[in-house]
Design a protein around this ligand. Structure first.
Ligand SMILES: *Cc1c(COP(=O)(O)O)cnc(C)c1O
Length: 466
């Protein structure tokens, strides 16, 4: 038996009308590559078959493969993921999902001309940094504000502007590493500042800073230990104390706040992180934080503080390399404007998720379970169990590392397929679905589902069970 002889040649495939239609739209090289790939795949599949397969069938299989490969190649790689993990600010899933207004502003700015660097009142050149500065001052009470590419850039710019070739004093308990290679000692080195460590891992006193201060000292630096907590026999100097120390010695104080909260979430149990307004009021000279963590906006590094330092940062050559584009400015403005209202959690998705009430989550979990049950229909046999359960959600994004948000979700046990196989298939869908798996059960938290996700999710699960 020579089953291989039945495989149609490349030329024969290319002459098919299906391929001609593709060649009328896409570049020839791309289609030829994918045809070759499809032929290879079908040849590979044929290895497992021990009888002859007809030429017509093989041709059909190859053409279907080509169409599938074309679909995948032309859709792009970045795609929607339904977040069933219950981690609200999931760094691997793009952190904060943005709100309507942010999106509207981005679209408007991206598809039209705008006054990015044009002062419409005077008819002269303007600055891109003017757009959000007033709004940030209004919302936080700071004297000056500047926005750069991300918070890592903000820290770098602050250190470089205020302490290049000078000493920066940091507590050993705050020499943080944020996932993705952001380490304070390394950033310090890159910025040209010299790191002076004081205190110990668990205890640092005001006197430790005081003793390290000399004429080389350029800055007292405090990093919010956002992604871990030192508990037990531990002490850090508060920002207020550090500010007093700085003022007595005429040395500025900078705080890397990490995840800046503009809206107090204490009522929802999220008490420990200081709000941005409180840090500004403490008198710190410069504070910086991310735009896409608890703020709920786009990736950005927001720098607030004394006008004289901010003005020096604007003139720093580094700023040109770290500058934000019109889309970031638009998205950030669209997000910050929500904070002018009494309840920003209404329209900022990340805040909405964090402030969702238990009763609301519970009834949503019940609806989801019913929806899934209805969807599955005759495929119900694939499921061994389905129930509403309490789950522990997380803030994520390095904020509130030890705090578990009480939430609800559904727990699914599968009968004929392995949990890993179901998960793998779900990750391969469009949109992909990500869940938490534990004790051979799949957990889908409803907190991090966006409107409309419930229906799609139920359909996806049905789709992958076969
Ligand atoms: C998240 C974080 C950073 C890095 O912020 P990016 O916006 O991701 O660059 C820096 N410092 C702290 C304390 C953080 O929590």
């Amino acid at each position: 038996m020579n089953k291989w002889r039945q495989i149609p040649g490349i030329d024969e495939i290319i002459s098919q009308p299906e391929i001609s239609r593709l060649l009328a739209i896409y570049k020839r090289d791309l289609i030829l590559d994918l045809v070759r790939k499809a032929v290879d795949q079908v040849r590979e599949d044929l290895k497992a078959v021990d009888q002859e397969v007809g030429k017509d069938l093989l041709r059909r299989q190859i053409l279907d493969r080509v169409q599938g490969l074309v679909n995948r190649a032309t859709i792009g790689s970045l795609r929607k993921v339904i977040n069933g993990t219950g981690v609200v600010l999931h760094t691997n899933l793009g952190r904060a999902p943005m709100g309507e207004r942010a999106l509207d502003y981005v679209k408007e700015a991206a598809m039209h001309y705008n006054n990015l660097e044009f002062d419409l009142a005077s008819g002269e050149r303007g600055s891109r940094y003017d757009h959000i500065e007033q709004l940030l001052l209004q919302l936080t009470g700071a004297e000056g504000a500047l926005v750069v590419n991300n918070n890592a850039a903000a820290v770098m710019l602050g250190l470089n502007t205020m302490a290049k070739n000078r000493e920066v004093i940091v507590s050993r308990g705050q020499l943080i590493e944020i996932g993705g290679a952001f380490r304070i000692p390394e950033v310090m080195k890159q910025s040209g500042a010299r790191l002076i460590e004081v205190g110990t891992t668990n205890k640092t006193y005001s006197a430790d800073y005081e003793e390290a201060i000399n004429e080389q000292t350029g800055l007292l630096f405090s990093a919010h230990t956002s992604n871990y907590k030192i508990m037990g026999f531990a002490q850090e100097v508060s920002l207020e104390e550090l500010v007093q120390l700085g003022q007595r010695n005429n040395i500025p104080v900078m705080q890397d706040l990490g995840s800046g909260i503009l809206y107090d979430l204490g009522e929802w149990g999220l008490k420990e992180e200081p709000t941005v307004q409180k840090c500004v009021a403490s008198g710190a000279d410069i504070i910086c934080f991310s735009g896409d963590k608890l703020l709920g906006g786009p990736q950005a590094g927001i720098i607030l503080g004394r006008k004289k330092h901010i003005e020096l940062m604007k003139k720093n050559q580094l700023t040109r390399a770290l500058r934000v584009d019109k889309m970031t400015i638009a998205a950030l403005e669209g997000t910050l404007l929500e904070y002018l209202e009494l309840d920003p959690a209404r329209r900022i998705p990340a805040l909405k998720m964090l402030t969702a009430e238990a009763g609301e989550l519970k009834s949503r979990a019940h609806s989801l379970a019913r929806l899934l049950q209805d969807q599955l229909g005759e495929k119900n046999d694939f499921i061994a169990s389905l129930q509403v359960v309490m789950v522990e959600d997380m803030v994520g994004g390095g904020a509130y590392p030890t705090y578990k948000l009480p939430g609800y979700g559904i727990e699914i046990g599968f009968s004929s397929l392995k949990l890993e196989e179901v998960s793998r298939r779900l990750r391969g869908q469009t949109p992909a679905l990500l869940s938490r798996n534990r004790d051979n059960k799949m957990f889908i938290s409803v907190r991090t589902l966006l409107p409309g996700d419930d229906v799609i999710l139920a359909a996806l699960i049905k789709e992958v069970l076969y």
